[in-house]
Design a protein around this ligand. Structure first.
Ligand SMILES: *Cc1c(COP(=O)(O)O)cnc(C)c1O
Length: 384
């Protein structure tokens, strides 16, 4: 690996034990030779169309636009099979694993959304699938555990550490190191050692490619700003990639937890520091902080290395959004447009509202739907 490959302005890289170096090199070759070939790309696009439901629509949210005071366009990844953008990535990596001769997929999952999207392609492509999930999350997200099992995946409860997403990643990495011959570790976001951040970006960039064409067809120009929520950062990179050379301002919404004065939050870009986590150099929240967001999908103590670079060079403005702000946006989109967004996504909507005075046209990635969050909503809004 050259010094440039797989790093983003000094972030990223491959900070892994020796046992993982050869398998990651193999994966890099498979990615570059197979996944970037025309033949693979054609099959990938076909499956995205007939299985996943692409292209997803671009929706001009007129009532929300009046409320926010700017024209808001929503890229409807909530309408993708599975209810979020995650399938773009799991389908890409699943196909690559199959073509590289692997017969087993493993994955980590927090809220269970990535595990579910992995179980879908495991079933469709006939690959054994094993999912690592923290015990705490298994209890919180029982419906997704049932979904994964119904589709034939084995769900392993991780009982170490805080029993959350970061612990599930550690367990999956250990499994991968032991079973590299037949196993592909299907990483769920633009995180981890090279080649994962650039590989996941390649599979998610379909979001921005489509949105760029769609908005030009609609209004004859590009939007003034593009907004997405940031957990690991895959839906955001997927949206931004197509606009990186354009005069389009980028905004990323992190989980700001219970507010500025609280030390419970999940905002490694807004509040973290440089460090190494899960094989990459990036921005991390240190161990003593209780990583927390009302949305499980933003509960990760690190972030994709390309976002760390975007922040360092000032390309993207990252802001922590509090639970309360996200919940307000969740309710607002539901009431005004009849679209229930995921709580993760609601952080992006809240940020779009904050910047509506500064931009006329704002493209927001509606990364997922909110069905999985209805119990939280019922408690918050007294719906029982
Ligand atoms: C998983 C998830 C996220 C966070 O993941 P990223 O890699 O940051 O995109 C955001 N929104 C939804 C709906 C999700 O399911």
């Amino acid at each position: 690996m050259s010094d440039e490959t797989g790093t983003f302005g000094g972030y990223g890289g491959r900070h892994v034990p020796d046992a993982l170096k050869a398998p990651l090199e193999q994966l890099t070759e498979a990615f570059e030779e197979i996944a970037l070939s025309d033949e693979f790309q054609t099959e990938f696009r076909d499956r995205l169309a007939e299985y996943a439901g692409r292209p997803t629509p671009l929706y001009h949210a007129k009532r929300l636009s009046v409320e926010y005071g700017a024209d808001i366009y929503l890229k409807r990844e909530d309408l993708l099979h599975g209810g979020a953008h995650k399938l773009n990535n799991t389908l890409g990596q699943g196909l690559l694993a199959k073509k590289a001769g692997k017969d087993r997929l493993i994955a980590e999952t927090g809220a269970g959304q990535h595990g579910t999207a992995t179980a879908m392609v495991g079933a469709m492509l006939d690959l054994d699938t094993e999912i690592y999930m923290g015990e705490k999350d298994v209890k919180r997200q029982r419906m997704n555990v049932f979904r994964m099992r119904l589709m034939g995946a084995e769900v392993n409860e991780v009982t170490r550490g805080g029993e959350g997403l970061a612990d599930a990643v550690d367990a999956a990495l250990e499994d991968f190191a032991k079973n590299v011959e037949d196993t592909h570790y299907l990483v769920g976001s633009v995180v981890g050692p090279d080649p994962f951040p650039r590989m996941v970006r390649a599979f998610q960039s379909v979001i921005g490619d489509e949105a760029r064409e769609q908005i030009r067809d609609r209004i004859g120009e590009l939007p003034d700003a593009a907004v997405a929520c940031v957990g690991g950062g895959s839906n955001a990179i997927g949206l931004f990639d197509a606009f990186r050379e354009d005069d389009v301002a980028f905004y990323g919404a992190e989980g700001g937890g219970e507010g500025a004065d609280s030390d419970r939050h999940a905002a490694p870009l807004a509040d973290g520091e440089d460090g190494v986590l899960h094989g990459m150099k990036t921005r991390v929240i240190d161990d003593d902080t209780d990583v927390h967001s009302v949305s499980a999908g933003l509960d990760y103590p690190g972030v994709g290395p390309e976002h760390a670079m975007f922040q360092a060079v000032g390309r993207c403005d990252y802001r922590g959004i509090t639970d309360e702000e996200a919940l307000d946006a969740f309710k607002e989109l539901s009431m005004l447009e009849g679209i229930i967004p995921a709580l993760e996504t609601s952080h992006g909507l809240a940020l779009a509202k904050q910047i509506a005075d500064d931009h006329d046209t704002i493209l927001v990635n509606l990364s997922g739907r909110g069905d999985k969050d209805m119990e939280t909503a019922a408690e918050q809004f007294d719906l029982t």
